[in-house]
Write a protein that binds this ligand. Structure first.
Ligand SMILES: [Fe+2]
Ligand SMILES: [Fe+2]
Length: 137
């Protein structure tokens, strides 16, 4: 589901490592959801989802600090996207996961994967040259 490719690199090592960690957590989530047995994996799904949210918030703050400190002009627009993602994850009804586990969880993990991939490839990529020119790699 979440596969790292070179085209995801924003050429800033710490950020690339954090993006890889988001992919790792995303894959954990995908793996738990993909198991088709009768075991109730609700607790595990909610736990990994929480981990995904916590790490995403940590990563977003890291990026925002980097952009702000360097006077990146696209800061506000970029932050809005981060906030919208966190809001979306926060709005998940955990009761829904419990009742319709497989479907709801799979839709969610697909949304997360698409959002992260698009965000890195479009929005994060926009600060790549700007930060590199400031000497940040
Ligand atoms: Fe970002
Ligand atoms: Fe990012």
């Amino acid at each position: 589901m979440f596969k790292w490719r070179d085209e995801f690199s924003v050429n800033v090592e710490s950020v690339d490592l954090q993006h890889k960690e988001l992919f790792r957590i995303g894959n954990m989530l995908y793996d738990v959801i993909s198991i088709k047995d009768d075991v109730d994996s609700y607790d595990e799904i909610v736990m990994i989802l929480q981990e995904m949210k916590d790490y995403a918030v940590y990563h977003f703050h890291y990026e925002e600090k980097l952009m702000k400190e360097n006077g990146y002009p696209g800061f506000e627009k970029h932050k809005k996207q981060h906030d919208a993602f966190v809001e979306k994850i926060n709005s998940i009804d955990e009761g829904d996961i419990d009742r319709k586990q497989q479907k709801v969880s799979m839709d969610l993990v697909i949304f997360i994967a698409n959002w992260i991939e698009n965000h890195i490839l479009k929005t994060d990529m926009e600060y790549r040259d700007f930060l590199n020119e400031k000497g940040i790699y």
